[in-house]
Design a protein around this ligand. Structure first.
Ligand code: B12
Length: 215
């Protein structure tokens, strides 16, 4: 996905991480805008910088090197910077279809699903992004309203897989095969085998795979 060299990406990521952990919102935004204007494509910035910086924040948090407040601040700044970048996405002329994206009920991790929603929108999908922790009935109603061809469900926490199963079953009951279901998020990286109830769903573990599966 990246078109810049790895050492530049690593240096940018480290600089960005330093700024967000110091709570420096403006400098964090500025280094990202400079990278973008210097030719770094937004999906690359999402994956190489934001995703990897947040994974590192997860590691620092898990090992008690930063506080939960530091983690919240780093995530909040990243969401702020992402919202600023969003206006620069060039939307493809080609229309691929309609897509609804949500995080399953009980799931509080939202950034990954947001990234996928943005990148698929730029790739020509008409995307309705519901945010996360959305109750089942609301999600089903949105699929109906938006006449979605694809329904994307995000789950980071393994303990939310039963909720994913319920949502998939409810979607199939309501719309049969007319809505394709795509799953992603950390929970699917930890499962060895997809539970039988989820067979037939597309699974994508990152932005590149999400683009591949939906093309
Ligand atoms: C920020 C954060 C939070 C924030 C989230 C805020 C928000 N607005 O999103 C808050 C504070 C709420 C939080 C809470 C918790 N968290 Co948390 N959190 C994180 C952290 C640091 C970053 C998450 C993130 O944004 N990653 C970056 C994104 C871009 O990556 P991603 O989600 O993987 O998304 C990519 C792919 O997975 C994929 N993808 C994602 N969704 C979808 C959907 C579709 C359809 C597709 C196709 C693809 C796709 O595409 C994305 C782009 O490539 C992670 C660390 C980590 N490793 O991720 C921990 C982490 C996920 N959290 C963790 C834990 C333990 C928790 C809590 C249980 C903590 C607690 N004791 O309360 C709670 C659970 C809350 C809940 N019920 O969901 C653990 C999970 C461990 C595990 N394996 O189960 C992690 C890994 C931290 C750690 N190292 O311990 N967390």
């Amino acid at each position: 996905m990246t078109t810049v060299n790895d050492s530049f990406a690593a240096a940018l990521r480290q600089e960005y991480l330093n700024e967000i952990l110091a709570g420096k919102r403006k400098p964090a935004l500025e280094i990202i805008m400079d990278a973008y204007h210097g030719g770094y494509p937004i999906p690359g910035i999402y994956m190489d910088v934001f995703q990897e910086a947040l994974y590192e924040i997860g590691r620092l948090w898990e090992t008690n090197q930063i506080t939960v407040a530091d983690e919240h601040m780093g995530t909040a700044i990243t969401q702020y910077v992402m919202s600023n970048l969003y206006q620069f996405f060039e939307v493809a002329e080609r229309q691929r279809g309609k897509l609804v994206m949500t995080g399953v009920e009980g799931e509080l991790h939202q950034v990954g699903a947001n990234m996928v929603a943005d990148v698929l929108e730029a790739d020509g999908w008409d995307v309705m992004f519901l945010g996360t922790n959305v109750p089942e009935e609301g999600a089903i109603e949105s699929i109906r309203q938006h006449k979605a061809d694809i329904f994307g469900i995000s789950s980071t926490m393994f303990f939310n897989i039963p909720k994913v199963i319920r949502l998939v079953e409810a979607t199939r009951k309501e719309f049969g095969d007319s809505v394709r279901i795509m799953l992603g998020g950390g929970a699917f990286r930890t499962v060895q085998e997809l539970p039988p109830e989820l067979e037939g769903c597309l699974v994508a573990l990152d932005l590149s795979e999400a683009l591949e599966r939906t093309r």
